[in-house]
Design a binder for this molecule. Structure first.
Ligand code: PGA
Length: 248
């Protein structure tokens, strides 16, 4: 049976010194949890965090990777390089990557395939923008992203996926989706997975909600039946807030 995952997405925040200070504070507060906890940090902070979290069950994630093993791709980092330093998860296709770095369902698909082959669990991000929700197209958009991103992925691998439903209008805006809206879309995604694969597969997939999750709304969101944890941006930058969300 799937276990919820609360993952922090630090985006382009925190120097190594700040990451280390976070780890010290966080470890003082953290005494294990029934849900999984992970921090997805900038590349240059991963090694320091790996060392800082040694001996705990806090997992480590990157925020992006390239889909080739190696090559002339200036500025890129491969899945193998991430695996070598002990990275467990990689966020793939975050809406900021889609918006600012031209990621498409096709690149998302290639990255998911590569992450799995390197032994890294992808946290696949999907979600509609405000105009799409207002136009009644949210479900259609999410379906297209899900199907495109998972093209050719076997049932065995799909069962190991983490999917983050992140409505773009709720990211960094302070305006979270209502727990009902989030639950409805997570249920829709699970149904689609059942149609694409099987009920056994859809039962295994961890489906998070992301978008303005904070201590004040974490309990309501996390208690929804179809939501298996959260991808947390801003509120994961403070050890105390992130801890409160983990202990929802
Ligand atoms: P937020 O970001 O929690 O700051 O809205 C979430 C995300 O982008 O993953």
């Amino acid at each position: 049976m799937r276990k919820p995952l609360i993952a922090g997405n630090w985006k382009m925040f925190k120097t190594t010194a700040e990451a280390e200070a976070f780890a010290v504070e966080f470890k003082e507060l953290y005494h294990g949890t029934d849900v999984g906890a992970a921090i997805c940090a900038p590349f240059t902070q991963l090694l320091a965090l790996k060392k800082a979290f040694e001996g705990t069950d806090v997992k480590l994630g990157a925020q992006n990777m390239h889909f080739e093993d190696e090559g002339a791709f200036t500025g890129e980092v491969s899945a193998g390089m991430l695996k070598e330093i002990g990275v467990d998860y990689c966020i793939i296709g975050h809406s900021e990557r889609r918006q600012y770095f031209a990621e498409t369902d096709e690149t998302v698909n290639k990255k998911i395939i590569k992450a799995f082959s390197a032994g890294i669990t992808p946290i696949m991000c999907i979600g509609e923008v405000l105009e799409e929700r207002d136009a009644g197209k949210a479900f259609e958009v999410v379906k297209k992203q899900l199907e495109g991103g998972l093209l050719g992925i076997s049932a065995g691998l799909a069962a190991k996926l983490v999917i983050a439903y992140e409505p773009v209008w709720a990211i960094g805006t302070g305006r979270n989706a209502t727990p009902q809206q989030a639950n409805e879309m997570c249920a829709f995604i699970r149904k689609l997975l059942e149609e694409m694969y099987t009920g056994e597969v859809s039962d295994e997939v961890v489906i998070q909600y992301g978008g303005s999750v904070k201590p004040a709304n974490a309990t309501d969101i996390m208690n929804m039946e179809e939501i298996d944890g959260a991808l947390v941006g801003g509120a994961s930058l403070k050890a105390k807030d992130f801890m409160e969300i983990i202990n929802f």
